[in-house]
Design a protein around this ligand. Structure first.
Ligand SMILES: Nc1nc2c(c(=O)[nH]1)N[C@@H](CN(C=O)c1ccc(C(=O)N[C@@H](CCC(=O)O)C(=O)O)cc1)CN2
Ligand code: GAR
Length: 202
């Protein structure tokens, strides 16, 4: 049985789209089943509806108590029978209920060479700005397993890109985003292959 993929996204969900295309093309032995967003206006939610995925808007506005939000996310994942969670530009902290239930099965992509330029407050353009302000000569993206500490989980894959003299934030961001989705796809393919035998035995 192919693994069921669930996505969490706050904005475009670019990695979710790339993985879904790979599933449809038979490049990834998995089935996209659900997308959860904290942002009711996220383009990712609209895309997921059109793709026929189960969609949910779960935010701190609807669940001010972080534990209730955590429980609501876990319930949706259970109802979707999700096996693997993909954070696709998800800008909120995942809670202990979800992390314990899906330990070793939650992946995130971060637009820097972790451990550099990671952690709370480091997301989206803020990361690329920090790389430029630090005068780094290289940047890139990192896929890691998600644990309680923001961007502290074990790194599964990383790819470098050069930072060129005179780079603007937009130029660097475009260069990093150009490699993100394939890096995430390779990491998910490897994790699915690693987890598959265990699945077969259970
Ligand atoms: N328990 C974990 N949850 C999440 C992790 C993680 O490693 N462990 N990774 C993040 C993704 N991420 C970096 O890759 C990240 C996302 C958001 C933030 C952040 O500081 N967010 C702000 C709110 C921003 C907003 O709402 O737009 C905040 O929490 O104050 C840092 C890193 C996903 N979750
Ligand atoms: N810390 C998490 C983080 O900064 N994620 C980054 O947000 C962007 C989301 O793009 P998208 O909304 O088009 O998928 C991506 O570049 C991703 O690496």
């Amino acid at each position: 049985m192919p693994m069921n993929l669930a996505f969490l996204a706050s904005h475009g969900g670019s990695a979710a789209r790339h993985l879904t295309t790979a599933c449809r093309a038979g490049e990834l032995d998995a089935t996209p089943v659900a997308l959860i967003s904290n942002n009711s206006r996220s383009p990712a939610l609209e895309w997921a509806r059109e793709e026929g995925l189960q969609t949910s808007h779960l935010s701190s506005a609807r669940y001010p108590d972080p534990d209730e939000l955590d429980a609501a996310i876990l319930q949706v994942l259970r109802e979707a029978d999700a096996d693997l969670l993909i954070l696709s530009g998800y800008m909120r902290e995942l809670g202990p209920r979800v992390l314990n239930a899906y330990a070793g099965r939650v992946l995130n992509i971060h637009p820097s060479l972790l451990p550099s330029h990671g952690g709370r407050g480091m997301y989206g353009d803020r990361v690329h700005r920090a790389v430029l302000e630090a005068g780094d000569t290289r940047s890139g993206a990192t896929v890691h397993l998600v644990t309680a500490g923001i961007d502290e989980g074990p790194r599964l894959a990383q790819q470098e890109v050069p930072v060129r003299p005179g780079d603007t934030l937009e130029k660097l961001k475009a260069r990093v985003q150009a490699i993100e989705s394939e890096l995430m796809l390779r990491a998910v393919q490897e994790l699915v292959a690693e987890l598959k035998p265990k699945e077969a035995r259970t």
